[in-house]
Design a protein around this ligand. Structure first.
Ligand SMILES: [Zn+2]
Length: 100
């Protein structure tokens, strides 16, 4: 782990073409939040310098999802679900029946 080849810059090989190297870039990230299109400019991403495959930064995506998640940070609301009450049986006494 001490002898690191490649120097300072971390080079991530492209797993698409296996020839290129993913270069750090900033893209505009598009995502849908419900019916709303969210655009995030200068979003950290990686682009292969050979095949052009683009990948958004995983951590940044997770971070963004956390922010955009409407449930994030909020206490989970107790959904009031009322269970269907068992219907009371019709308590008509059978003695009314006249069998003659
Ligand atoms: Zn590539």
């Amino acid at each position: 782990m001490s002898d690191f080849e490649g120097g300072v810059s971390q080079s991530t090989p492209c797993n698409e073409c296996h020839a290129g190297v993913m270069q750090p870039r900033q893209l505009t990230y598009f995502t849908w939040l419900g019916d709303e299109l969210i655009t995030v400019p200068h979003f950290p991403a990686w682009i292969c310098d050979v095949c052009g495959k683009r990948e958004y930064d995983e951590k940044a995506v997770l971070w963004l999802n956390m922010i955009l998640d409407p449930n994030a940070g909020k206490p989970t609301r107790n959904k009031r679900s009322t269970p269907p009450l068992p219907r009371p049986r019709s308590g008509v006494p059978r003695s009314m029946h006249d069998s003659n």
